[in-house]
Design a protein around this ligand. Structure first.
Ligand SMILES: Cc1cc2nc3c(=O)[nH]c(=O)nc-3n(C[C@H](O)[C@H](O)[C@H](O)COP(=O)(O)OP(=O)(O)OC[C@H]3O[C@@H](n4cnc5c(N)ncnc54)[C@H](O)[C@@H]3O)c2cc1C
Length: 223
């Protein structure tokens, strides 16, 4: 397992406010762990398309899954270039000027190609995707059967060309605006889970699972 992605390639080098950039694999993994969904962008028949997707990650590999009929996964399986991004919003930043309004965030961009996986790695990847959202849930759920596995495509995308960008600060107003009688500051943002709701067709008397209960009790969740 490597610990550093960098140095950044020409593609992955952050140009604007490069002091907010981070190419460290540990940082990238932490941000991925804090994010529930990502967006995958590809050029399909010459047109860009960006699709929201769940994901999982194990060490330096990102896993995506979906129907074997998914146009996106089929195109990616052919080896086309793809770009994945995930973002956590940590706060709204209010400046005196409209221009300097901003957000605090942690985001990751990963570029590369993906390859289909099968066998044990496919199971490990599906487990990682389920566990990414709710740790402990894989062992509670019925495992996928052969038909379900055949209906599901899983792709591995190595985290090799990647960057993180992080903003974690108050407003950055221009000096001449600091004396204006306008409120400035920040409002932190967190995502919380609320009480689980039973499925309408749940067998009577089954309580929410330990994994779900742990997640509910964990307080602030992911972005
Ligand atoms: C939070 C979240 C997580 C998801 N996780 C997964 C996942 O892990 N795996 C997976 O396969 N799918 C996932 N989906 C669904 C995914 O976004 C696509 O809708 C799905 O892959 C079906 O693609 P398709 O082949 O029908 O469409 P495509 O052929 O890929 O897209 C055709 C067109 O449909 C429209 N479209 C497709 N998806 C969306 C969308 N989500 N919202 C609005 N318009 C859309 C677009 O205009 C697109 O150009 C997720 C969606 C969300 C919102």
């Amino acid at each position: 397992m490597t610990s550093v992605v960098g140095p950044p390639s020409e593609f992955s080098r952050v140009r604007r406010l490069p002091d907010r950039a981070d190419y460290d694999m540990a940082t990238i993994r932490r941000i991925l762990a804090a994010t529930m969904i990502g967006h995958v962008g590809v050029l399909r028949e010459g047109r860009p398309v960006v699709i929201p997707m769940l994901f999982g990650h194990v060490d330096d590999v990102l896993y995506l899954h979906g129907s074997v009929a998914s146009q996106l996964l089929r195109a990616m399986s052919d080896g086309i270039e793809a770009c994945f991004t995930a973002t956590v919003i940590d706060g709204l930043v209010y400046a005196r000027s409209a221009f300097h309004h901003s957000m605090n965030y942690r985001s990751v961009v990963i570029a590369g190609t993906a390859t289909p996986v099968d066998g044990d790695e496919k199971i490990r990847a599906l487990r990682a995707i389920v566990e990414h959202i709710t740790p402990g849930r894989w062992d509670e759920a019925r495992p996928p059967n052969d038909l379900e596995l055949r209906q599901t495509a899983v792709l591995r995308m190595p985290i090799e060309e990647a960057s993180a960008k992080i903003r974690a600060a108050g407003p950055a107003d221009d000096a001449e605006d600091l004396a204006l009688p306008i409120w400035a500051g920040q409002m932190p943002v967190t995502t919380h889970f609320t009480d689980p709701v039973d499925a309408d067709d749940l067998v009577q008397g089954i309580d929410p699972s330990p994994a779900v209960t742990r997640l509910r009790r964990s307080g602030a969740a992911r972005g």
